[in-house]
Design a protein around this ligand. Structure first.
Ligand code: FAD
Ligand code: NAD
Length: 466
């Protein structure tokens, strides 16, 4: 094998997981190669997932403001914003992001090979290029960061012009009047917000009994209320039976006998790990039924020098966690101390957004931990009064005896930013993590962070001894 084709570390996939690994290993002086089967770096995160959906949401938020703000309403007709137009605006961020991150690889001398990787043996990968040519690369260590893609049941015709998943919805060329979303997980709820925000009638079909069951009940209820308030019809406990299509639309038949009609269908019911093209059988590794790989706390697969990070290992399947898992895998490869990523906060970009960290009320009750709740409603903060973003609440759950903060749950504007203040305090050891911080520290005013002080005072008032 020519020396130029041998690497210390070879990474498959240039999404957040692959980038985190590649950057950390390259900075430590390792010779790093990255194999990526898309034309540009960034992974599904940049091309199909986090970045386009958040950018789309950002533009939709601007449209909503435009529609409701009397100052702008007089200047034009907000209804002329079609989905393709909004998509075009939102998509501008992608090439900028790809250029920026390509530079990161180049500056750190990590070589990118654009092609499809598959195993030849446990130290050799074959790369198939778009023209059919192949090249072999070898490495001491290999990191699988191949991510995931939408799960597509065999009985749904995803080639039909009216049926989309979260990848293909980013190519939709028309503005439907009504949209059925099947699957009310994070992706389903975020897109329900986006499309209802555009004035499109949305039917959100959930196979479970509540939305996003991992959230605190109160936050779940608030999300349901606000989705319905935006015109989304939410149906729980429903399972699809079949999908019928015509040139004009889609009918989703449910096992309960209901027939839901829509101009288009967005299927967002789970994802599959990208492992089927890796020829894992050549090295004796096996993915589970969802295409995911099992790893230990060091992100090693059953083969010591083959690691896996990101969506391909399943939970929590977040860009934030994937990047840090990649950095941790690199630390392990380098023989340094590393962190198993188990503390990622939840950030859900519905309208309004949701963020949380730590335990929910249900979890604390089940564990018989004596806790109390301190709440602050955004409508009572000066900053929310000024910005007009008055919907929202910050909840702090704390131990009644020690005042230790056990969980923070936030619903409303900038929730995913605000959460980090609480996260920083919760990560302190011992007495440094108490409610007292928020009442004994002066914060900028007017800010949304004021909600922490209000919630802490509310909580303390509840535990004052009589
Ligand atoms: C609609 C949507 C919205 C999301 N929003 C958020 C959010 O707001 N916040 C958040 O934290 N997370 C969000 N996520 C999740 C986030 O995008 C993923 O967790 C993240 O992309 C996972 O990173 P990764 O590096 O594991 O994989 P990916 O980003 O999927 O990258 C893996 C790359 O490897 C490539 N690849 C696969 N197989 C091969 C092969 N054999 N050879 C070469 N290359 C290969 C893939 O094509 C891909 O480009 C969202 C996801 C979706 C779908
Ligand atoms: N803001 C964010 O952080 C964000 C946004 C979008 C997506 N994501 C990530 O993408 C991942 C995929 O999102 P999603 O909405 O496609 O899927 P999801 O895992 O949230 O679930 C979507 C739906 O699929 C079904 N489902 C999922 N797993 C199932 C199982 N094991 N058994 C039965 N039914 C199951 C459920 O009906 C659920 O309503 C999420 O796990 C999330 O981490 C994150």
């Amino acid at each position: 094998m020519p020396k130029k084709n041998h690497y210390d570390v070879l990474v498959i996939g240039a999404g957040p997981g692959g980038e985190g690994t590649a950057m950390a290993a390259a900075k430590a002086g390792k010779k790093v190669g990255v194999i990526e089967n898309r034309a540009g770096v960034g992974g599904a995160c940049v091309h199909k997932g986090t970045i386009p959906s958040k950018s789309l949401r950002h533009v939709v938020k601007q449209v909503i403001r435009h529609k409701i703000n009397p100052l702008f309403r007089a200047t034009g007709d907000a209804h002329s914003f079609s989905y393709p137009k909004i998509l075009a605006e939102a998509s501008r961020v992608i090439p900028r992001y790809v250029d920026l991150h390509t530079d990161f690889y180049t500056r750190n001398r990590a070589t990118i090979h654009i092609g499809e990787a598959s195993f030849v043996d446990a130290n050799t990968l074959s790369v198939k290029f778009s023209d059919g040519a192949k090249e072999r690369l070898t490495a001491d260590t290999i990191v699988i960061a191949t991510g995931s893609r939408p799960y597509r049941p065999a009985d749904i015709d995803f080639n039909h012009a009216r049926i989309y998943d979260s990848d293909t919805i980013l190519d939709m060329k028309h503005t439907p009047r009504s949209l059925i979303i099947y699957g009310a997980g994070v992706i389903g709820c975020e897109y329900a917000s986006i499309f209802s925000g555009l004035g499109i009638k949305v039917d959100l079909i959930n196979s479970r009994e509540h939305l996003l069951t991992f959230l605190d009940d109160e936050i779940c209820d608030a999300l349901s209320y606000h989705l319905r308030d935006m015109g989304v019809t939410v149906r729980h406990g429903e399972e699809y039976d079949s999908v019928e299509t015509s040139d004009r639309g889609v009918t989703l038949k449910l096992k309960s006998g209901k027939r839901i009609h829509g101009d288009a269908l967005l299927w967002s019911n789970g994802r599959t790990g990208n492992t089927d093209s890796l020829a894992l059988e050549k090295i004796g590794l096996k993915a589970d039924g969802r295409g995911q790989l099992k790893v230990n706390d060091l992100y090693q697969t059953d083969i010591e020098h083959i690691y896996a990070v990101g969506d391909v290992i399943g939970w929590p399947s977040l860009a934030s966690a994937s990047y840090d898992q990649g950095r941790s895998a690199a630390s392990n490869i380098l023989g340094q101390e590393s962190r198993y990523v188990s503390d990622a906060p939840t950030g859900i970009y519905t309208l309004p957004e949701i963020s949380s960290i730590g335990k929910t009320e249900n979890e604390l009750t089940a564990a018989r931990i004596p806790y109390e709740v301190g709440r602050a409603f955004f409508k009572n903060t000066a900053r929310a009064q000024i910005s007009g973003e008055k919907v929202g609440v910050l909840k702090i759950l704390f131990n009644v005896d020690t005042l230790e903060i056990l969980g923070i749950h936030c619903f409303g504007a900038e929730a995913s930013e605000i959460i980090h203040i609480g996260q920083a305090i919760m990560s302190q050891k011992g007495e440094a993590n108490t409610l007292a911080y928020f009442v004994n520290t002066t914060f900028n005013y007017p800010t949304m962070a004021e909600a922490y002080r209000t919630a802490a005072l509310d909580g303390l008032n509840r535990v004052q001894k009589v």
